[in-house]
Design a protein around this ligand. Structure first.
Ligand SMILES: NC(=O)c1ccc[n+]([C@@H]2O[C@H](COP(=O)([O-])OP(=O)(O)OC[C@H]3O[C@@H](n4cnc5c(N)ncnc54)[C@H](OP(=O)(O)O)[C@@H]3O)[C@@H](O)[C@H]2O)c1
Length: 198
């Protein structure tokens, strides 16, 4: 628990206002929470990948333990690197390293989910990106989309101030389950790391 002690030292010295971790699994997060609590410090957040195309935190215990302990789940890549924004497709692949991940097989598999997203967005007068981000919010997590310009930032801010209905969430959950892209398509790999740094 060397790392947690160092974080508690920083908090107690007033160097940081809150302590958060990233990519911690459920067991490791619980241990970190307990180690910090022994020092009187609260674990504020755990930042993990979470989106309609990567809903693993719902199955590996991370979301449940966050809820139980009152730790905020900060969802990175909530738009699955843009794949949920509706601007890419089999005939409009990403122009960069993401193309390797999002090939034709991916779009064929993801289309039912993307169609559900588009239908809910159209009915709501929202965009697919706003619906995808609102889904994360409705799960009790905090999405941190990677806007690349002011237009995207403005659009993403439109995910705030409203909520999907239970029926809409259920429809998205069902469509997302059928895609289940967490392991094959969106794992952190060398290509992903290179895209993030490009
Ligand atoms: N803790 C970790 O291990 C970790 C790992 C990865 C990321 N992160 C953090 O998570 C944050 C976001 O991650 P991410 O960049 O993967 O998030 P993301 O929001 O899933 O993907 C960002 C991409 O989505 C597209 N996009 C965003 N908003 C859009 C909109 N309104 N309309 C159309 N396209 C839109 C942009 O694509 P274009 O470039 O094509 O415009 C952008 O490059 C960053 O702060 C990052 O540092 C943390």
């Amino acid at each position: 628990m060397k790392r947690e002690n160092a974080m508690a030292d920083a908090a107690q010295a007033g160097l940081v206002r809150a302590v958060g971790v990233s990519n911690y699994g459920a067991t490791r997060m619980r241990r970190a929470y307990e180690a910090l609590a022994r020092r009187g410090v609260v674990l504020a957040s755990n930042q993990v990948e979470y989106s309609l195309l990567h809903s693993k935190p719902e199955r590996n215990g991370v979301l449940a333990v966050c809820r139980e302990l009152g730790v905020s789940l900060i969802a990175y890549s909530p738009l699955a690197m843009g794949a949920l924004a509706g601007k890419f497709g089999p005939d409009w692949p990403p122009p960069d390293l993401r193309r390797g991940r999002y090939g034709r097989a991916f779009w064929a598999k993801a289309e039912p989910l993307l169609a559900t997203l588009r239908a809910i967005a159209a009915a709501r007068g929202k965009t697919p990106a706003q619906v995808a981000l609102n889904w994360v919010i409705c799960k009790g997590a905090i999405p941190i989309p990677g806007a690349k310009n002011a237009r995207q930032a403005g659009e993403n801010a439109g995910a705030l101030g409203w909520r999907l209905t239970d029926e809409e969430i259920e429809a998205l959950d069902g469509a997302a389950e059928a895609v289940d892209a967490s392991d094959q398509l969106l794992r952190l790999d060398e290509g992903y790391a290179r895209w993030r740094l490009s």
